[in-house]
Design a protein around this ligand. Structure first.
Ligand code: NDP
Ligand SMILES: N[C@@H](CC=O)C(=O)O
Length: 336
C-alpha cells in the first residue's frame, strides 16, 4: 500500500470540504487504488496544523474553528517544506496581480518533488507556463480542474476527451456567481445587491465579489484555459471583459420584453492571427444552448474539426463540488 501525504494550503470554504471528502474517501482510496491517503497538514493565513501520521477530524476541525490564528512568525512555505508531503492541494486566495501565496506554495511544492493540485487561480493566471515547466523539470504533475470551473469539466474535456481532434473554439458560462445573480434578477426580481448577498451565503462568491461581478473570475478561467489547452500565451489583461455590475432593473425589463436572457459568456477562438479570448455580457435568445443554464449551474460548448460540437451543462459552483473536482485530480495522480 503506497502512502500519500497531503497538505492543504488555504482552509476556508473549499479547503475544509476537501478535508471532509478526504476523510470520507479514505477507505475507498485504499480499496480502489491501494493508496493510503492521509491529510498531514493544513495551513491558514497565519498558522498551520500538522501531524506526520495524519490529522484526525477533530484536530483539523478545531484548527478551522479558531477565529484568529496568531502565529506571528508563521511561514507557510517553510510549513509546506517541513511537511514532506507528496501532494499539495492549494485552496488559498486568488491573487491575480502577483499570484500571491498560491504561487509561492506551488513553486515550493515542485522544487521539493510534490505534485500540486490548485483550486485557486492566481498562480496559474500569473505564471502557468513557468509552473508547467517547473513541474516537468521535477517530474511531478500540475492539476488545475478546481481552478478552471471545478465541477464543470473543462480542462480534462479539452486535454483528454477531445485529444483526437482539433478544438477550434469554446464558449461557456464559467462563473456560478454571475449566472446566479443574473438569474435571480431575471426570475425573482432581486436587486443586484440582494442577489450577490445570496451568492455569498452559498459560499461561491470570491471574498471580494467584484472579482466575479466585474468579470475577473471568468477572465481568469478563460486565460488559464487558453494557455493550458490552446497553447496560447495570454495575459489576463489581453482578455477584454464586460461587467454585470451595471445591470439595472430597466435592463431586466427590456430583456424580458425582447424575450432575451442575459448571460456572462467567456470564449476562446482560434483565428488567423492566433487565439482570441473575451468575456462578454450577452443577451441570448431562448433557443441558445445556454438559455436554460440557470442559477449556479455552468456550461461549456466546444467546436471541433472532426468530433462535431459538444455541449456540457452542469457542474454547479459550490464548495463541495469544487473540492470534489480537486479530488478528481487527486485520483488521476494516485492512479498513475
Ligand atoms: N468557493 C468556491 O466555490 C470556489 C472557490 N475557488 C477558489 O478557491 C480558493 C478558495 O476559495 P474559498 O475557500 O471560497 O475562500 P475562503 O476565503 O473561504 O478561504 C481562503 C482561505 O485561504 C487562507 N489563506 C489566506 N492567505 C493564506 C496564506 N498566505 N497561506 C495559507 N492560507 C491562506 C485563509 O486563511 P484564514 O482562515 O486565516 O482567513 C482561508 O482559510 C479561491 O482562490 C477561489 O477563487 C475555486 C472554485 C470554487
Ligand atoms: N467565484 C467562482 C467560484 C470559483 O471559481 C464562481 O462563482 O463560480
Amino acid at each position: 500500500m503506497k502512502r500519500w501525504n497531503i497538505v492543504i494550503t488555504g482552509f476556508g470554504s473549499v479547503g475544509k470540504q476537501v478535508a471532509r471528502l478526504l476523510d470520507k474517501r479514505h477507505a475507498y482510496y485504499k480499496e480502489k487504488y491501494k493508496a493510503d491517503v492521509r491529510l498531514v497538514g493544513v495551513a491558514r493565513s497565519a498558522g498551520g496544523c500538522f501531524h506526520p501520521d495524519g490529522l484526525s477530524v477533530p484536530q483539523w476541525e478545531d484548527f478551522a474553528a479558531q477565529r484568529q490564528i496568531t502565529e506571528s512568525s508563521f511561514d507557510g512555505a517553510a510549513f509546506l517544506s517541513d511537511s514532506n508531503a507528496d501532494i499539495l492541494i492549494e485552496a488559498g486566495p486568488t491573487d491575480i496581480q502577483t499570484g500571491g501565496s498560491g504561487l509561492v506554495y506551488i513553486r515550493q511544492a515542485f522544487v521539493q518533488g510534490m505534485h500540486a493540485i490548485t483550486i485557486s487561480k492566481g498562480a496559474l493566471v500569473v505564471d502557468y507556463a513557468g509552473l508547467s515547466k517547473l513541474a516537468k523539470q521535477n517530474n511531478v504533475m500540475l492539476k488545475i480542474s478546481g481552478a478552471t470551473a471545478a465541477a464543470l469539466p473543462t480542462i480534462d474535456l479539452l486535454q483528454y476527451n477531445l485529444a483526437g481532434c482539433e478544438v477550434r473554439a469554446i464558449e461557456g458560462i464559467f462563473t456560478g456567481t454571475t449566472n446566479y445573480v443574473l438569474t435571480r434578477m431575471m426570475e425573482d426580481g432581486l436587486s443586484h445587491e440582494e442577489a450577490i448577498r445570496d451568492a455569498q451565503k452559498l459560499g461561491i462568491a470570491e471574498p471580494d465579489p467584484s472579482y466575479d461581478i466585474d468579470g475577473w473570475d471568468t477572465a481568469c478561467k478563460v486565460t488559464i484555459l487558453a494557455n493550458a489547452a490552446f497553447g496560447a500565451s495570454l495575459q489576463l489583461q489581453d482578455v477584454p471583459k464586460t461587467s454585470v455590475r451595471d445591470v439595472s432593473t430597466d435592463h431586466i425589463s427590456f430583456w424580458k420584453q425582447q424575450g432575451k436572457i442575459p448571460k456572462l459568456i467567456g470564449s476562446i477562438r482560434k483565428t488567423d492571427n492566433g487565439i482570441a479570448a473575451s468575456v462578454e455580457l450577452q443577451a441570448i435568445d431562448t433557443a441558445h444552448p445556454f438559455a436554460h443554464v440557470t442559477g449556479t449551474t455552468k456550461a461549456i460548448r466546444v467546436e471541433t474539426d472532426v468530433m462535431g460540437d459538444l455541449l456540457v451543462v452542469g457542474g454547479k459552483s459550490d464548495p463541495v463540488a469544487a473540492a470534489a473536482a480537486a479530488l478528481k485530480d487527486l485520483e488521476h495522480i494516485i492512479s498513475r
